[in-house]
Design a protein around this ligand. Structure first.
Ligand SMILES: O=P(O)(O)OC[C@H]1O[C@H](O[C@H]2O[C@H](CO)[C@@H](O)[C@H](O)[C@H]2O)[C@H](O)[C@@H](O)[C@@H]1O
Length: 290
């Protein structure tokens, strides 16, 4: 194989995405105050390619290296007048599952269950904010699980994933007709219980806690800016799924949204896959490290 062929196989970062990442690493002229940067990344489909079995998901080696590098930059103490960097993983997975599957380095902020669970990885494990459900939410969760179980009965390949504040219908392994019918039944269960159904890639997720990745990203931004009126937090968010659109929606002109893979999006930039995103994150890390 020739050198040219090897280089053709390397993931390409589109020039506009690279320019946007370098802009994000620099301080905008109209921000005279201190800047902080939050790099918030979705997990499945963004850092870890989609697979049939969610318990087998793993980041690509390039994504793993980029996350570890950003985490080590974030761990460095910011100089008194320098810019802080924070790394977060923002996922639909529940927090424990996200921590285990991602193996996120110490210091990483974790958002699980689309925002219903939060925590931070420490050297001793995950320091999590306890999730507390009301009696009504516990009751709704029970009825939700029963309803989704009925929706998968007799539908080959369909299954239900339980989470602390939600239940998820998975249809990746179903035929098209069964997938459509099970998703319609899941929507009906949500409507009956007065809950919101989120449609992702071969999943319908129904939560008893009202939340979204947009709310989660805004919360992370506020926490970063908290207690310092002169500090502006800029956000880079990358995601692949329809549920990531809620996060892209809360981004402003100085932030950066990166859609991973195909599909319509509010993000201003796009890369092809997890390895192309990793490439972009490495270039961002180079600029922040410079
Ligand atoms: O927000 P994310 O980190 O993207 O998590 C969203 C959902 O991810 C998982 O499902 C997706 O990935 C699975 C493994 O690749 C795949 O089998 C499934 O079809 C995808 O939708 C996870 O199982 C869900 O609970 C998350 O909500």
């Amino acid at each position: 194989m020739s050198g040219a062929q090897v280089s053709d196989a390397e993931p390409a970062v589109p020039p506009s995405a690279l320019a946007a990442a370098l802009r994000f690493a620099g301080r905008p002229d109209h921000v005279p105050a201190r800047c902080a940067r939050l790099v918030a990344l979705d997990f499945d489909g963004t850092l870890a390619p989609l697979v049939d079995d969610p318990s087998a998901s793993t980041m690509t080696p390039a994504a793993r290296a980029a996350v570890d590098r950003l985490a080590s930059l974030a761990a460095r103490p910011a100089p008194p007048d320098g810019d802080e960097l924070r790394l977060a993983l923002v996922s639909g997975r529940n927090l424990t599952d996200l921590a285990a599957r991602s193996g996120a380095p110490a210091g990483t902020y974790l958002v699980g269950s689309h925002g219903a669970e939060t925590g931070r990885v420490t050297v001793h494990g995950v320091d999590a904010v306890p999730l507390r459900l009301t009696d009504a939410q516990v009751d709704a969760l029970e009825r939700l699980r029963e309803g989704l179980q009925d929706a998968v009965d007799g539908r080959r390949g369909a299954w239900v994933q339980d989470k602390p504040s939600a239940a998820v219908l998975h249809t990746r392994l179903c035929g098209a007709d069964d997938a459509r019918a099970a998703a319609a039944d899941a929507d009906a269960v949500a409507a009956r219980l007065g809950l919101h159904a989120m449609h992702g890639k071969d999943v319908v997720e129904i939560a008893v806690v009202a939340t979204s990745k947009g709310i989660a990203v805004e919360r992370l931004r506020e926490e970063l800016e908290e207690g310092d009126d002169r500090l502006r937090a800029l956000v880079l968010y990358a995601g692949d799924d329809t549920t990531d659109e809620a996060a892209f929606e809360v981004l402003g002109p100085d932030d950066l949204g990166v859609k991973v893979g195909p599909g319509s999006t509010l993000a201003t930039e796009r890369v092809a896959d997890a390895d192309a995103l990793a490439d972009l994150l490495e270039r961002l890390a180079d600029a922040l490290d410079g």
